[in-house]
Design a binder for this molecule. Structure first.
Ligand SMILES: Cc1ncc(COP(=O)(O)O)c(C=O)c1O
Length: 356
């Protein structure tokens, strides 16, 4: 019997030459050369400031209007940022509103913080249905917004995001805006959510292809929140890797052409993937950002298992993202592998899947 596939942990870090992995969402290109260059002369290995290196925090300020270095905490990726924010704002049993489909860690993060996830469904175009959001938000302590979204690849309308800002400010609800894909948008510039209740979470993982270095951050103008995060981080992970932070600082100062060039490449892969899937007769949203597609799939759990065991193709079951009967494909792999993966998928659809 085949080993059961219980969740993303089964696949994370797996990979060899026979496998085509549409699984994990990590860029396959190298970080900017400037990030490597610092290593030749790097010598500091002592504990660093819990809040994060002052130089890195200062270098982030131009990205946010009216920001100062003290408004940032550098974290172990966006993952730690989300965890710390939720635990610092936590009220036992309070509700945190999540879009469905959602990034698979969100419900766990909310539960680990002693709160309860509440959900609203994205509409048929993968967009926020504002009336559905409005109905749920009144009874919530916080909401998580993720635009561009993992796993839908959709980008939310600016008008909707502005309405969310205003409504949450009026209700006194925290808005945690997870913008880790803010530099991978095909349809417009990123819209930065703003306001006294908005907490921005970001990362160097996707923009600068530095997933394994674990550098991300929280940005908030709320001093009490920032102090609470520093206090919690002092007694948990302590400082984020300082060499990782210095590589992140060097990446930030690399020419903007690095990000622009990668965006072109993401777009080419998006087209290859989206067109290829349409040709296979699959139903899916056209990605407007990030690097995922989420086609509908009959019996997604069985299909993920068969694709892996019989075709050596890694994919993620939509059920893990609150989207049963869909499968998430990441297109963070080169064009030739995407083509080979689509070829195997075609074979699977024509043979096994047809008989489900
Ligand atoms: C929406 C979203 N948020 C957060 C993360 C975590 O990113 P990091 O590597 O910065 O912890 C990911 C990673 O895939 C993600 O897709």
């Amino acid at each position: 019997m085949n080993e059961p596939i219980s969740g993303p942990a089964f696949f994370i870090g797996k990979g060899d030459d026979t496998l085509i992995s549409f699984g994990s969402g990590q860029p396959d290109m190298p970080p900017p050369i400037e990030a490597f260059n610092i290593l030749k002369t790097y010598t500091r290995f002592k504990y660093g400031l819990i809040q994060g290196e002052e130089s890195l925090r200062a270098a982030l300020t131009p990205l946010y209007p009216q920001a100062a270095a003290e408004h940032f905490v550098i974290t172990n990726g966006a993952s730690e940022a989300i965890d710390l924010v939720l635990r610092v704002i936590s009220k036992q049993g309070a509700k945190v509103l999540l879009p469905r489909p959602y990034y698979y860690s969100y419900p766990f993060n909310v539960l680990f913080a002693g709160m309860e996830p509440a959900y609203y469904d994205l509409d048929k175009d993968g967009k926020i249905d504002f009336p559905a959001f409005e109905k749920e938000v009144e009874r919530c302590h916080a909401v998580l917004i993720n635009s561009p979204s993992n796993p839908t690849g959709t980008v939310q309308e600016v008008e909707t995001l502005k309405k969310i800002e205003a409504l949450c400010e009026r209700l006194g609800v925290w808005v945690i805006s997870d913008e880790v894909y803010k530099d991978i948008i095909y349809v417009r510039e990123n819209y930065l959510l703003q306001g006294p209740r908005v907490v921005t979470v970001n990362s160097f993982s996707k923009t600068y292809a530095m997933c394994g270095l674990r550098v991300g951050y929280v940005y908030s103008q709320n001093k009490e929140l920032v102090d609470g995060i520093i206090e919690m981080k002092t007694h948990t992970a302590m400082n984020t890797s300082i060499v990782g932070q210095m590589m992140a600082l060097a990446a930030l100062s690399s020419p903007r052409s690095y990000v622009a060039h990668n965006l072109e490449m993401w777009k080419e892969r998006r087209d290859l993937m989206y067109d290829g899937m349409l040709e296979l007769g699959l139903e899916l949203w056209k990605p407007e950002g990030a690097f995922y597609v989420l086609p509908k799939f009959k019996d997604s759990g069985r299909a993920v298992s068969d694709l892996y065991h019989n075709y050596q193709v890694i994919t993620y079951d939509g059920t893990w993202f609150g989207a049963p009967n869909r499968i998430r494909f990441s297109y963070a792999l080169d064009a030739s592998k995407i083509q080979e993966g689509l070829r195997r998928l075609k074979e699977f659809l024509g043979k096994e899947h047809a008989s489900y």
